[in-house]
Design a binder for this molecule. Sequence first.
Ligand code: AMP
Ligand code: MG
Length: 395
Amino acid sequence: MTPAPLAFEEAERIVLAAVPRLEAEEVDLDQSLGRVLAYDVRSDVDMPPFDKAAMDGFACRLTDAEGEVEVVAEIPTGTWPGKRIADGQCARIMTGAPLPAGAETVVMMEQSEACGQGRVHLRGGGAAANICWRGEDVQIGQVVLGAGRAIGPAQIAVLAAVGCVRPKVARRPRVSVIVTGSELVEPYRRPGPAQIRNSNGQQLCAQVQRTGACAHDYGIVPDHEQLIEEMAARALADSDLVIFSGGVSVGAYDFVPQVLLRIGVEVLFHGVNMQPGKPTLFGRRGQTLCCGLPGNPVATLVVFELLLRPLLLRMMGAAIEPRLVPAVLATDFARKKSERQATVPVRFDAHGAVAPIEYHGAAHISAISQADALLVVPAGTKDLAAGSKVHVRPL
Ligand code: AMP
Ligand code: MG
């Protein structure tokens, strides 16, 4: 590790600058959730495609919206109205049905009264109402979703509406996760003396998947230089990003940094001025990036969220969400030392303010599991009073 760890912002800049852009592929619309659009999608239709009723009611001329008129037609959805509406006439129309020729307004059902003999009394006022005009939402040829947009349910609705059933999206980054530590056993096993369960492997794979990338779990490697090297060489050969958990600090059995150097990784930084997460290492070999995260579970989670999630989003060409959003502190916050940027688990209270969760350091994963967000306290800031404006990263 370098003697003076890098400022977090500098580490973030180096990470984002190192990211290659992935190529695009076509996927089925029903497989596109969480992917990132690789091009601008344009509409092949006007939306709505015709002037349509926005309410169940009666379509008539504007001058007939107040008074008694004859009902001359009924227009359900899915049928094209054949009859032109003349003065003194109206058509009973359903929400979503096309407006008949001649009609200028739709008087809603609730503002009408049947008067028998096929006639109805309307109280619709004097202005055109309850019509969605052709093309008022989207015009044919208009860009409806831009390149870099992440696809969620609302975007899937738009793609469906414009007939884009095979959107072009960035290929999923291939991310390998290698967990190091001779004390670790897989979660399905009961730990023996001096052992603990590997929680980082599952957690990192989940974080990778949530970001829209493919996770390849290489499992646990003991703190054994040769074994780590073999695993690292395999993972580097078939990944866009290799994440190592544990073994990146200065302990006698922390072999990851030297192994990476030996297999030709260019280390771009080792040591970041953040807490937790100080021993974080980042490097690259060719197009493949690799990151060594400290094994402490909270550090692993935090560094992934703050550095690797933006990295993967950038790789897919996503417009990166704001890293931090403003919030207000619900209670006082104090810390003993202030040299490093701190990341603290917080919860939103009923008023939308954030309150730190009691937290015993980088191994306290159960505290993080209660958190709604991570409060980021800048290097140099020690105490913060209740009501202070702060920045958080929602989880
Ligand atoms: P290290 O970064 O290897 O020095 O590990 C720091 C601390 O995190 C140690 O207490 C480890 O036992 C713990 N730890 C390392 N890897 C994991 C893991 N995969 N799951 C849970 N805890 C871990
Ligand atoms: Mg270790």
